[in-house]
Design a protein around this ligand. Sequence first.
Ligand SMILES: C=C(O[C@@H]1C=C(C(=O)O)C=C[C@H]1O)C(=O)O
Length: 414
Amino acid sequence: MSSPAPARPRPVHRAADLLAAYLPGSFYYSSARGVLLADGVHSHVRGTSGNRAAAAAEALEAAVLAGVANPVVVGAIGFRPDSGSSLIVPAVVRRAGMPGEGGPQSAALAGSPGGSGFEDPEAPRRNDPASWTVVPRPAPEVYAESVRRAVDLIGAGELRKVVLARALDLVGEHGVSVRKLLRNLVVADPAAHAFAVDVSAPGDPAPRTLVGASPELLVSRQGNVVTANPLAGSRRRTGDPAQDAQAIAELRVSEKDLNEHALVAAQVAEVLGRYCTELEVPREPEVMGTPTMWHLSTRITGRVGPGGPSSLELAEALHPTPAVCGVPVELARDTIARLEPEDRGYYAGLVGWTDLAGDGEWVVTIRCAEVSDKTARLFAGAGVVAGSDPAAELAETSAKFGTLLRALGAEGAA
Ligand SMILES: C=C(O[C@@H]1C=C(C(=O)O)C=C[C@H]1O)C(=O)O
């Protein structure tokens, strides 16, 4: 008769400690659901667009057979079907509660004078725009011209919405500290979905890391409950109460923004409807805020039956939503390929984790940068629909860059 295995207490970590323990090469992901820090590679998950969930499930089963306890798949997937992905079963996974949620870590993250908990060995962030060289790709006026062309295409044919993005290449005097950048993003917005993922590819001259703080939940699954939270329709958040109140009031009634949002919410609901036994879709969007932006937001919840799809299967089915691509999707993808000069890489893709039970969480990779050595490439996009004003879409992308520019100490550099 075999005796029961001795219960091993689950290590309990503090959010601030896991943030401090992040090292280049680690996978870090935090959201309202908690913090996940993963290190080492047990196995790589191969697979191509549309079959990554199956490849992940196989890798998880193989990991169990190899003796990995509670394995997860973590990583990122690029925007285009033929873009790269960086998915692994890590060797070691540590988890903690939400950053900033009660407990000692909230004071530590807020940088309390007591200084308990999180101590950053690196110098605090200083805003020094002069230390960066900024190259916009394309030039702002070229981006505005692309928006104009997209509005013409929308007026002339079947295209209803396309999200056009532009990039900023920031080159610093020294290597960009991913740890510092990640920490600044988490401190600025502990409720954001913050992430740092190694996306290095063979042949890269230096390691490449995708770092960001996304406000947009693509999909999560927890038990049989599925949640998605598409965003679309935006205004800059200035911090001035009167201006912000006006921005929120405008968003609530702007026909252009409500239509732009409705296209996204409808598609997300349609896709989830194929998998869910129950689905709840609010009739009207709410306004949600990040430290830099206001967005129209619809929180959709549903339930899946036993043996239902994993969080990654749902994420693959949803990607790319019209929040980052457009309607109809193929036409929007072609338009993006023709009008954007830079490949999006991992921008507007997805990042997250999934486990053996299918639980997990995937967010849209926006408000992020790909960092390599002294360079950070930032992307920001805006949804173009009939009636879009090129100058307003350009300004919206500038506002969206704010999240990363602030965290890099480069606000004012672009
Ligand atoms: C494309 C981005 O953001 C997306 C586009 C939005 C819009 O067009 O209003 C709003 C939120 C995001 O879904 C980005 O931040 O780069």
